[in-house]
Design a protein around this ligand. Structure first.
Ligand SMILES: *[C@@H]1O[C@H](CO)[C@@H](O)[C@H](O)[C@H]1NC(C)=O
Ligand SMILES: *[C@@H]1O[C@H](CO)[C@@H](O)[C@H](O)[C@H]1NC(C)=O
Ligand SMILES: *[C@@H]1O[C@H](CO)[C@@H](O)[C@H](O)[C@H]1NC(C)=O
Ligand SMILES: *[C@@H]1O[C@H](CO)[C@@H](O)[C@H](O)[C@H]1NC(C)=O
Ligand SMILES: *[C@@H]1O[C@H](CO)[C@@H](O)[C@H](O)[C@H]1NC(C)=O
Ligand SMILES: *[C@@H]1O[C@H](CO)[C@@H](O)[C@H](O)[C@H]1NC(C)=O
Ligand SMILES: CC(=O)N[C@H]1CO[C@H](CO)[C@@H](O)[C@@H]1O
Length: 574
């Protein structure tokens, strides 16, 4: 009854205000995917952890409405609550610097999406759900936000259009809450610290003061980890979703190259870049991926994907690991890293061994080791650098050329280097521009480039991940999310699905990660990755979900107290 009452009272007020015909209230189903809900009587969701489905239940029930304050819309309080939470911790308090800009049009979008929902129901499970975008994902300038990859050189530049993934989000009814700080140019500038950009400063992890959030989707990770947004999008070329997903206690999907559009995303390399969700649960990540996946005429790599985008929420099966064969390509992380043995990162190796036991308990056969035949060749290879250096120059030049306008006048990589050198106080070029310089020195699509590209696909795919899957008759591979474990999937363009694995213990020796950051540090999270062949996201999401539901590792530990925002829905509704 309560549900009906709330729904109708909101709609009647809307009707009075707008003369919009009131038709939907009685027929809007009060359940999502067959679940019975009566959120009208339920407590308000805690925004630190709130899932997309919890938020939808509240929205369906009109639960976030404050009639006292004449707030007639559910989405305005929800959006305001997230804005207030950002305000509390972004530049004040722990100064996490996770958000680079908020969307000045968000409240307007919230109002119109709310009115639409009252009249004709929700467009999708993302209707009204706030999303934060990494600052390399374009949004039309008229909305009020910049798209800069964190660089002052791109400030106030005008992009030709929304990114392909943003068009899909808007169509699904999502609210774009803001842009996330990142490692500038997605960490393709030089030896810059993870999570640092000229415009945004140093992003910090919320689990230990000044801890490394990992990069380059650092702000996407930190904002999601403490509920400054419902979900975020990140991008990965090699490790940039996987690593910050792990370091911030999240679930994330690095999709196969070509599953999600890169049109309108400030590029590194079309051969490796990919855009994916970073969320607090595999369920949320699956909901977002189902929306952003799909073909886009503006990114022809998407034509390689299977004809039908799966509904990834159909993969959410707690039994998914039962009977599966999961391989451990140990050489990938034993070589040249400190994840095992007695080093400061050994907690990761220890937790990983325990995770293998959980995977066995869930009915899977763990094949260990299940090494990639190419593991040693990958460790020795410099092919990826050749490909990325060459691609970046060509693609960033095209991006800069394609802008409608750019006040800095920067129209090429050479201009970008000159801008950084001319503005040391903004962009600290001394130590941070070496990758730009290496890329600028490349001379286009040489024979060596094509050879490197072909080797990469071969090393990551046919002699790498695909070879191991075939030789050991596996359904997927599993690895810690840190270190160089992302390289084989990066060079092959293959997917990775990451879930929380554990946290550094309180007695870990605190290390230095950059001028302003520490790593490892007590309580800082790390992740577990499931890997497979191209377009195997559906299966990987199932495996990750089964592991996540069995362990619920995310809930074991929260951010440090000052990094937990206090504003909740009740505070903006009262
Ligand atoms: C970009 O950022 C600048 C400075 O913060 C701001 O004045 C401007 O409104 C923002 N948006 C666009 C589209 O330029
Ligand atoms: C996309 O188009 C480019 C340029 O026209 C071409 O070189 C490339 O092979 C195409 N890629 C795919 C996957 O179709
Ligand atoms: C770890 O330390 C113990 C005791 O100091 C030593 O016996 C062992 O060999 C070390 N293990 C590795 C992998 O270094
Ligand atoms: C690329 O990989 C191939 C195959 O392993 C190797 O022979 C070659 O030396 C590598 N090239 C570079 C530039 O590292
Ligand atoms: C640049 O790096 C070098 C070596 O790592 C260091 O000695 C120097 O202080 C750094 N310069 C600046 C301006 O940070
Ligand atoms: C930290 O504590 C654990 C458990 O109490 C212990 O096994 C480990 O050796 C300690 N590590 C260090 C670096 O002191
Ligand atoms: C939304 C927000 O707080 N943005 C800030 C990000 O950091 C830069 C640099 O400190 C500030 O100028 C922005 O206001």
């Amino acid at each position: 009854m309560k549900l009906l009452y709330l729904c109708c009272s909101v709609s009647i007020i809307l009707l009075a205000l707008s003369q919009t015909p009131f038709v939907q209230c009685l027929t809007t189903p009060a359940s999502i995917s067959g679940r019975e809900v009566d959120a009208g009587d339920a407590p308000l969701p805690d925004l630190y952890e709130a899932s997309i489905l919890e938020l939808q239940d509240g929205l369906d029930a009109g639960q976030f409405t404050s009639i006292l304050r004449r707030r007639l819309f559910n989405l305005i309080p929800l959006t305001q609550a997230y804005f207030a939470r950002i305000e509390e911790v972004n530049l004040q308090g722990p100064s996490l610097r996770a958000v680079i800009e908020t969307n000045p049009s968000a409240l307007e979008q919230a109002a119109s999406l709310d009115a639409e929902r009252a009249v004709s129901g929700k467009r999708s499970l993302l209707h009204g759900i706030p999303v934060i975008l990494k600052d390399n994902i374009a949004t039309i300038a008229s909305e009020g936000m910049n798209t800069t990859a964190g660089s002052f050189a791109l400030l106030k530049s005008v992009v030709p259009d929304d990114a392909g993934v943003v068009k899909k989000l808007r169509k699904a009814g999502a609210i774009i809450l803001g842009k996330a700080n990142l490692s500038e140019f997605a960490e393709f500038r030089g030896n810059l610290p993870s999570g640092w950009s000229g415009r945004g400063g140093q992003t910090s992890n919320a689990y230990f003061p000044h801890a490394d959030p990992c990069g380059s989707s650092s702000g996407s990770g930190v904002t999601t980890s403490i509920g400054l947004t419902a979900v975020a999008l990140g991008s990965e070329t090699d490790g940039s979703i996987t690593c910050p997903t792990g370091n911030n206690n999240l679930a994330g999907v690095k999709p196969s190259v070509g599953l999600t559009s890169r049109a309108g995303v400030i590029p590194i390399s079309e051969h490796q870049d990919t855009v994916g969700p970073m969320a607090r649960s595999i369920t949320d990540a699956a909901i977002v991926l189902s929306v952003i996946a799909g073909k886009d005429p503006n990114d022809n790599f998407t034509s390689a994907q299977p004809p039908v985008v799966p509904d990834y929420t159909q993969a959410l099966n707690t039994n998914a690991l039962n009977g599966a064969r999961i391989g451990v390509p140990r050489q990938v992380f034993l070589d040249g890293s400190d994840l095992t043995g007695n080093g400061s990162l050994s907690a990761i190796g220890l937790a990983f061994e325990q995770a293998l036991d959980v995977i066995r308990e869930l009915g899977a056969t763990v094949v260990d080791p299940a090494d990639l035949p190419s593991a040693e060749a990958i460790a020795r290879s410099n092919n990826e650098t050749v490909v990325l250096d060459t691609d970046f120059k060509i693609q960033i030049n095209a991006w800069l050329e394609g802008l409608i306008s750019i006040p800095s006048g920067v129209r090429s990589l050479a201009d970008l280097i000159a801008f950084d050198n001319a503005n040391p106080s903004l962009e600290e070029p001394v130590n941070f521009t070496s990758q730009f310089i290496a890329s600028e020195a490349t001379t286009g699509f040489t024979d060596a480039y094509f050879q490197s590209l072909a080797f990469d696909h071969e090393l990551g795919g046919a002699q790498g991940i695909d070879a191991a899957l075939k030789m050991f008759d596996l359904d997927a591979l599993v690895l810690p999310a840190q270190g160089l474990t992302t390289v084989p999937a990066a060079i092959a363009g293959y997917p990775i699905v990451t879930v929380p694995l554990g946290f550094f213990p309180s007695n870990v020796t605190i290390g230095s990660a950059g001028p302003e950051t520490v790593y490892p540090a007590p309580g800082v999270p790390f992740g577990l990755s499931f890997l497979g062949t191209a377009f195997s996201e559906f299966d990987l999401i199932g495996f990750a979900f089964a592991y996540e539901q069995k362990t619920k590792t995310r809930l074991e530990r929260r951010a440090f107290p000052a990094a937990i925002p206090k504003t909740q829905l009740k505070d903006v509704m009262a």
